[in-house]
Ligand binder design. Sequence first.
Ligand SMILES: [Zn+2]
Ligand SMILES: [Zn+2]
Length: 349
Amino acid sequence: MLAAVYKGKKNIEIRNIPKPEIGDNEVLLKVKACSICGTDRKIYEYGHFKIKEKNEQILGHEISGVIEEVGKKVDYYEKGMRIALAPNVGCGFCEVCRKGLEQLCLDYNAFGISWPGGFAEYVKIPEIAVKHGNLVEIPKSLSHEEAAVIEPLSCCYNAYESLNVRPGESLLIFGAGPMGILHLILNKHLGIGMTIVTDVDEKRLKLSQGFGADYIVKSDSGIKKTIMSLTNGIGVDNIITAASVPEIQEEALELVAINGKINFFAGLPVGKEEIKLNSNIIHYKQLKITGTTGASLKQFRQTVKLSQNAGCNLKKIITKKIGVEELSTIFEDISVFNNNMKIVVSFER
Ligand SMILES: [Zn+2]
Ligand SMILES: [Zn+2]
């Protein structure tokens, strides 16, 4: 099978490797689409602690496909089932897993990181992932390309749940990249009120048009004035920081309404993770600040359900489709990522 094999920092080789063989309790998934995540770009640049140096790996964790083969002892799953794959698999035994938060398990595995991922024609699904239910059936109304975007959308849904967003509330999203826009799509779909998207980059702001934001504003020194005038001086009910910039986390406290909520969605770069927080603002405005990372299996399944009707337009965010052979060079070309929302590796072309 054709695969994009990651061989270490800045080195991906396209080559033919043997199709995986499955055991009695495993499943073979034929990949139809796998979207590129910021994490894939990070691994390409800097490596990952779960991928030992000199070890090869197939990246890609935003995977959809069709079941090709089912092990003799596997119940329920059948050849031909259309699937979105939840990539994170917890140990299943620790306290965190028992709370249903397997994505936070310290002993986790993930497709495209510790296990071979979706930048290849086939992915073997190990027994533990089959038994945990990581193979999630998708409805016909969802294309494979849209299903690949379920994974990042499920991370947005985790943020949505943590904020306890109420219908009609207002929302400010820092960051007009693919994740920021997925937050916008999700919250619009689930009944948010006024939405504002902000970014420092004019080009990104332009790209973010057409996804339903009520206001798209440039993030500059006048941002507070702009937001206050858009909200009658009240501030915004919900703020999501979807860019890895320390200053916006500090700024969010100034822009949020009394009794408002903030989600620190994007992590900060190593060495820049200490920020200045005016704790009295949190106290006197009675704020709620949450952090989220990844999504639980339950949230992943819920995201499949909520995206299946036409009101959730995921198609639009996929602005580029490439073949697996293009993965050897695409990460070198920053402009491709600057000029696009989601880029999907398609095996259906
Ligand atoms: Zn991802
Ligand atoms: Zn665990």
